[in-house]
Design a protein around this ligand. Structure first.
Ligand code: HEC
Length: 153
């Protein structure tokens, strides 16, 4: 790479990171909701299986666990400063005053997803159902504290 093209690359990266810093709050809110909805859509049938409401399907569990594990870390940054409002949201304002607690619950859910993924590899249906239940509890404990029942603007 010539020095000139290197400079151009750095300039291009500078522009890219500036653009990144300027993601609009409404886009961040939509992004976090989209990721959460993907996670929820994947997790729904799994919870149904764990509760024996629908037949167990190991293939669906493996596929959905993979998707959840891939996306679960993507959207926590989209709860950053300045994203309290800007679009309709169920995010409780406490997220921005009790941030450490919120982040702990986000870490915890990621750990549970990792544990579920390991358990899925083991193939023991009973253990997998228990791990799905544990993950559900980790989702719920954050929703109980930090997700509003109604959308606010
Ligand atoms: C650290 C906190 C936290 C954890 C952990 C968490 N969520 Fe959420 N979730 C939220 C918040 C806050 C919102 C609302 C976001 C918004 O509207 O801006 C939300 C929204 C959602 C929504 C959209 C609901 C709606 O009404 O639009 C779904 C679905 C969802 N979460 C599923 C899950 C699942 C499944 C898990 C576990 C695998 C999970 N969440 C873990 C905090 C969390």
């Amino acid at each position: 790479m010539t020095p000139k093209s290197l400079v151009l690359t750095v300039v291009a990266l500078g522009i890219a990171s500036t653009a990144l810093a300027q993601v609009k709050p409404e886009d961040e809110i939509r992004f976090r909701q989209s990721v959460m909805n993907v996670v929820g859509r994947c997790f729904g049938p799994m919870i149904g299986m764990a509760q024996e409401k629908i037949p167990y399907n190991a293939e669906v569990v493996a596929k959905n666990t993979n998707i959840i594990q891939t996306v679960i870390g993507l959207h926590w940054k989209s709860f950053g400063p300045g994203t309290e409002k800007g679009a309709p949201t169920k995010a409780d304002l406490k997220i921005w005053s009790e941030t450490a607690k919120f982040n702990d619950l986000a870490d915890k859910v990621q750990q549970e997803v990792g544990r579920l993924s390991q358990t899925v590899k083991g193939g023991d249906e009973k253990a997998i159902k228990a791990a799905i239940g544990d993950l559900g509890k980790a989702c719920k404990s954050c929703h109980d504290d930090f997700r509003l029942k109604e959308v606010r603007t």
